[in-house]
Design a protein around this ligand. Structure first.
Ligand SMILES: C[S@@+](CC[C@H](N)C(=O)[O-])C[C@H]1O[C@@H](n2cnc3c(N)ncnc32)[C@H](O)[C@@H]1O
Length: 331
């Protein structure tokens, strides 16, 4: 008997215990409460209004998860929780963690999705958009984009560009971050009408209305304009759709670009056999349950759509986190 094999299976099986501990701690916002000085379990439970014994068990588990330290009876934040879990930090990830927590409901129905091939995220009895969930989703994307924007700015040499279309740009995080650094950049953030309301708020709050405008539409149905942009960013959109829909979207991107302009696709890119990397393969299941036709795609598939749309000089840029970029040029 190889105990390592058993341990490996144990670790996989109880993975959701770790997620739940993080979800609850983040929901209680206990990292912000602990702050930079540290607090005892007693003080934390009193301020949160939670059960003392239970709260101390959670705090101890968070020490094991390297999200807290414990010295005598005082709990303190680690470097990770200070940077990413305290609400006032620019790299705050709490909304993204909440988004993963929200997905819990439909992930518990994975077996149904595998048996039927149909999404499990939609309750057909409920009509219309759940505004609270939508806002949480858009904020989650913002958490992620906020920490990736600098890397994209440098690797894409955004300082060279002056007309950006941030297609399906969510609240416009990339457009805002890029335009703050490149004062010559004029950007349009295009997204679905319910999202664009949130986008407009964000552009206004960032003080960037002079450089950025928001446009409501559906990129599967509406035109993106003709020869308007020198760069089109398509970040984390294509995984929501199938190959023929993506071909259609990329043709519209082509039309919207000026000569020598580039399209930049950001995705969780799979290897040719679609078996790696881990996050991309699991994300495909997430799209099985969360969309009608979506999945993760391989670089080969994305490049094929780009070629068919007319793009040349295709190249791939790997990023520090789970996603990568594929770029095509309208020569
Ligand atoms: C995963 S989010 C990515 C947001 C942002 N681009 C980022 O990378 O942080 C996908 C976005 O695509 C938008 N979207 C999905 N389908 C769309 C469509 N048909 N037309 C326009 N926007 C769409 C969603 O509303 C959402 O804001």
């Amino acid at each position: 008997m190889n105990n390592k094999d058993v341990q490996y299976l144990n670790d996989l099986s109880y993975g959701y215990w770790k997620s739940q501990a993080l979800f609850v701690a983040s929901e209680l916002d206990l990292f912000t409460l602990i702050g930079v000085r540290g607090k005892s379990g007693k003080v934390i439970a009193k301020k949160l209004g939670t059960h003392l014994r239970a709260t101390e068990m959670l705090l101890n588990a968070l020490v094991s998860l390297k999200l807290l330290t414990k010295s005598r009876d005082i709990f303190n934040n680690t470097a990770v929780s200070r940077r990413c879990l305290m609400k006032d930090s620019p790299a705050y990830q709490g909304d993204r963690i909440q988004h993963f927590h929200n997905m819990w409901d439909y992930w518990s129905k994975l077996s149904t999705a595998v048996k039927t091939g149909k999404p499990t995220a939609y309750d057909n009895a409920k009509r219309g958009v759940d505004k609270q969930r939508l806002r949480e989703f858009i904020k989650a994307m913002h958490n992620n984009a906020s920490v990736q924007a600098d890397e994209l700015y440098i690797k894409l040499q955004i300082k060279k560009y002056s007309r950006l279309l941030d297609l399906a740009g969510g609240q416009g995080t990339y457009a805002v971050k890029f335009a703050e650094k490149n004062r010559n950049l004029k950007a349009v953030v295009f997204d679905l009408p319910d999202v664009i309301k949130i986008t407009r708020e964000h552009i206004k709050e960032s003080g960037m209305t002079g450089q950025i405008t928001a446009k409501a539409g559906n990129c599967l149905e509406d035109s993106l304009g003709k020869e308007l942009y020198d760069i089109v960013l398509v970040s984390h959109l294509l995984h929501a759709y199938d190959a023929s829909e993506n071909q259609k979207i990329l043709k519209k991107c082509w039309d919207s670009l000026m000569k020598d302009g580039i399209v930049v696709i950001q995705e969780f890119i799979l290897n040719p056999s679609k078996t790696m990397p881990l996050f991309g393969t699991l994300f495909s299941l997430n799209m099985l349950m969360g969309t009608h036709n979506g999945s993760s795609f391989s670089a080969i598939e994305i490049k094929e759509w780009l070629k068919r749309a007319g793009f040349k000089g295709l190249k791939r840029i790997d990023l520090g986190m789970d996603s990568g970029l594929i770029i095509g040029c309208k020569l």
